[in-house]
Design a protein around this ligand. Structure first.
Ligand code: FAD
Ligand code: SF4
Length: 321
């Protein structure tokens, strides 16, 4: 690990001011992703700004009937909150499908959003990787790509966004609240927060340098039955090969978002109109532009089967009413 200095701040203003004074600095929350990357010297901050004391640990009602989730709410606290379990169950289910209890106790909401990808070549510093060293090439194209993306990719990068929580947040149309180093606040829909790789795969989201995430805003509850189905190589402690977050209503309408398949959570609203025709019809539209590799072409039919399973669970629950 490279040498770095460290400070612990108490307010968002202190955090952004500290960042402005230290251009090579990074915020640290739970540290469950950043510290691993620092040990491998993939992230090399010269200064760490520890934000864990900021007053961003509340889950509070918003004026329109939604919830404001502070950036430092732990994954465990978010998943177990009574209102989240009742009205936003896709979030609870997505979180508990990931990592381990120990990690979820430490991991923060904002840190979860900003976790880096799990492409094997990103972690192997002897291999070219455009995301780690822009312009060096992409070892995954023509290499091991089984776990990587099938849609939204570019000739520069085919990595997936690896997380679970964000797939549920995209399903529910959550927004990200941020404050810039000059104190300017803004809120961006999560649909606009993540970027596709294009020819700059090192830029993964819309966060400006030094911008601090302060909260996630959840719109009023959608109702319906919530699902998060994660397909992976091991039953626990593994990232999604394919995941499906869904809200399904008794009349057969609903929303669907996929994880593990693209550089960002993948939701195509137009595809949701085909729910009545079945999972294959939804996947045909949602993955119309898929360009999988030979090794990961299985992900498209797997997405249809995962969605079929969710639809079957929903019908079974409706029949039991
Ligand atoms: C073994 C293992 C298995 C895992 N499995 C899963 C899984 O199955 N599913 C899943 O979704 N995740 C999984 N994770 C990832 C885990 O969820 C993330 O590591 C965690 O959510 C990151 O949160 P953190 O608070 O520890 O972030 P940190 O490591 O502290 O920070 C991560 C990044 O976010 C930045 N940051 C943090 N807070 C803010 C803020 N408020 N504003 C701006 N920038 C900020 C940091 O500068 C850093 O760049 C796994 C992790 C490990 C180590
Ligand atoms: S897929 Fe992306 S992260 Fe993986 S080697 Fe290529 S550029 Fe790097």
């Amino acid at each position: 690990m490279r040498e770095f200095t460290y400070e612990r701040v108490r307010t968002a203003a202190e955090a952004t001011s500290a960042l402005a004074l230290n251009p090579g600095a990074k915020y640290i929350a739970g540290g469950t992703n950043l510290l691993d990357l620092m040990k491998l010297q993939i992230e090399v901050p010269t200064h760490l700004i520890d934000i864990r004391d900021l007053d961003l640990k509340g889950i509070d009602p918003t004026a329109d009937g939604g919830l404001r989730v502070g950036a430092l709410v732990t994954n465990t606290d978010l998943a177990s909150d009574r209102r989240i379990k009742q009205d936003y169950a896709a979030i609870s289910r997505a979180i508990v499908s990931g990592a381990t209890g120990q990690l979820r106790n430490k991991a923060s909401t904002a840190g979860n959003l900003l976790q880096r990808n799990r492409c094997p070549y990103f972690y192997d510093t002897d291999q070219p990787c455009n995301k780690r060293v822009p312009g060096s090439g992409c070892s995954a194209i023509g290499g091991a790509s089984r776990g990587l993306a099938v849609i939204g990719t570019s000739p520069a990068c085919i990595a997936t966004y690896p997380g679970d929580l964000v797939v549920a947040l995209r399903l529910l149309d959550a927004s990200v609240e941020m404050v810039a180093v000059d104190g300017t606040q803004r809120t961006l829909p999560i649909s606009e927060f993540y970027r596709l790789p294009g020819d700059t795969p090192q830029i993964e989201n819309a966060l400006a340098p030094g911008e601090l995430i302060t909260a996630i805003i959840l719109p009023p509850p959608l109702g319906g039955r919530h699902f998060y189905q994660k397909v992976r190589d091991r039953a626990s402690y593994a990232f999604a090969l394919v995941s499906v977050a869904a809200v399904l209503h008794v009349d057969g309408t609903g929303r669907v978002a996929f994880g593990g398949v693209a550089p960002k959570p993948w939701r195509v609203e137009e595809a949701e109109q085909a729910l009545a025709e079945g999972p294959e019809a939804v996947v045909e539209i949602a993955f119309a532009d898929a360009a999988p590799t030979e090794q990961n072409a299985f992900k498209v039919p797997l997405a249809a089967r995962a969605l079929a399973s969710v639809i079957a669970q929903s019908k079974e629950a409706n029949n039991a009413l």
